[in-house]
Design a protein around this ligand. Structure first.
Ligand code: ARG
Length: 474
């Protein structure tokens, strides 16, 4: 049942760890993903130890060489993993022992796995946040390109999922541009709190060695060093923040997906999804299902679950490190992977969606979307808005009884509701007129939307100058 294995921490133990406990406590299958950051962090730690004279330069060289060998082994798939070595930190250190001998035992001087795992996770999340920001940048470009390409498409805007007032399809798309831009801003802001270097906090209280934490931070390109060792090893706020931002971003994807699903239904018929992004039914030959948006919508639930998982995990944990915190990685990795996958699938899908512009346009002409404009027209002629509203409301009721729209009533019929109505009302009631008169800042008028698109392009070109990482995947 038990055996005494070569653990790096077993000095005070008289009995080996039970196999079932090794399996239960092991996190290697999950945290092996952090190998690159673990090795990079260890290399910086070695260099710092040599700089302050805790180890010799030659020893640091040996350690660094060994660490680089391990990186190569892992990348070539030549590295072997075992539950008995718990986690990625132990795996690297144990292999280093095999490779360079006893000097490997110096690597962990002035360090604990508590500050080490905090560092690795921060390095990982810095990289992934930048990838996601770059992915969102590409998605925002796609949205702006589409908005520009389809300036001629008008569609009903909805409230309560009832046709409300006509809007440009491009204006609707640019609403998503705004959402994803805010997501990217939130991620950038989160980076300020991710890029705080915790190494040197050791187990929880700091270390007796004369270490130079600022130097380690410099080597790892961290702009800041954590100020409280207890906080540094117990803080997972940066993960909570990331998961919150990821959840909000997934909400945006989910709302967009819901709209694509609705719009591609026969009931709406506004768009057709590309064949390459839809699937058929095994029983109903006519079906073309919007699986991609449906799955994106569904995956929002996972990421929200990841956030709940992490919040619940951290709640009431006493300071400082607790082993519970090892459970932070599955939800974090899952959220990163899920959000990344959604960005990756949306970028190529959106430009391939075809629009049924005539269906959208026809939809703007049914359902009294111009009733507000009739009321505005009367108000502009001096009738108090509430009264104008009631005249227009009666006109709607009358038209509805006749099975007509407001713009199908003739002048004589319209004048029954107010003698202020003249022939110019018919220009007011057109979709194009309604859209273009909504020229208040942020409104849907064509000129506004063009400006919004130009503004978005300008903002994005400034971001490129600010050296945003570019989207490389797909
Ligand atoms: N695998 C651990 C984790 O992810 C590393 C830290 C372990 N620290 C400890 N005191 N057992 O949290």
């Amino acid at each position: 049942m038990t055996h005494k294995s070569e653990k790096l921490w077993d000095g005070r133990f008289s009995e080996g760890t039970a196999k079932v406990v090794e399996r239960f406590t092991s996190s290697i299958s999950v945290d092996r993903r952090l190998y690159k950051h673990d090795i990079e962090g260890s290399i910086a730690h070695c260099r710092m130890l040599a700089k302050v004279g805790v180890i010799a330069e030659a020893e640091a060289d040996t350690l660094v060489q060994g660490l680089e060998t391990i990186r190569g082994e892992i990348e070539r798939g030549e590295f072997s993993y075992s539950d008995s070595l718990e986690d990625i930190h132990m795996h690297v250190e144990s292999r280093l022992n095999e490779l360079v001998g006893n000097v490997a035992r110096k690597l962990h001087t002035a360090r604990s796995r508590n500050d080490q795992v905090a560092l690795d996770t921060r390095m990982y999340l810095r990289e992934e946040s930048r990838n996601i920001i770059a992915g969102l940048f590409r998605l925002r470009e796609v949205l702006v390109d589409l908005a520009e390409a389809h300036m001629d498409a008008a569609m009903p805007g909805y409230t309560h999922l009832q046709r409300a007032q006509p809007v440009l399809f491009s204006h609707h798309l640019m609403a998503y541009y705004e959402m994803f831009t805010r997501d990217a801003e939130r991620l950038k802001d989160g980076l300020k709190r991710i890029e705080v270097m915790p190494l040197g906090s050791a187990a929880l209280a700091g270390t007796t060695y004369p270490i130079d934490r600022a130097y380690t931070a410099e080597l790892l390109h961290f702009p800041a060093v954590s100020s409280n060792s207890i906080d540094a090893v117990s803080d997972r706020d940066f993960i909570l923040e990331f998961l919150s931002v990821a959840s909000i971003c997934m909400i945006h994807f989910s709302r967009f997906s819901e709209e694509l699903i609705l719009w591609s239904s026969a009931e709406f018929g506004f768009i057709e999804l590309p064949d390459a992004f839809a699937t058929g039914s095994s029983i109903m030959p006519q079906k073309k299902n919007p699986d991609v948006p449906e799955l994106v919508r569904g995956k929002a639930g996972r990421v929200i679950g990841d956030l709940m998982n992490m919040l619940t995990l951290m709640k009431s944990l006493p300071l400082a490190y607790n082993r519970d915190m090892q459970e932070d990685k599955p939800p974090l990795f899952d959220a990163v992977d899920t959000l990344t996958a959604c960005i990756e699938v949306y970028i190529p899908m959106l430009p391939k969606i075809s629009l049924r512009k005539e269906v959208m346009a026809r939809a703007t002409e049914k359902g009294f979307l111009n009733a507000t404009d009739m009321a505005d027209y009367l108000a502009n002629k001096g009738i108090p808005f509430r009264e104008a509203h009631s005249h227009a409301g009666r006109a709607v009721a009358e038209a509805q009884n006749l099975g007509l729209e407001l713009h199908n009533l003739n002048l004589e019929a319209l004048r029954k509701f107010s003698d202020r109505i003249e022939a110019d009302i018919f220009d007011i009631l057109t979709t194009e007129g309604m859209i273009n008169r909504r020229s208040s800042f942020g409104g849907t008028a064509t000129a506004n939307v063009k400006k919004a698109i130009a503004g978005a392009r300008e903002a994005m070109s400034q971001e490129v100058k600010g050296k945003e990482k570019r989207w490389e995947k797909g």
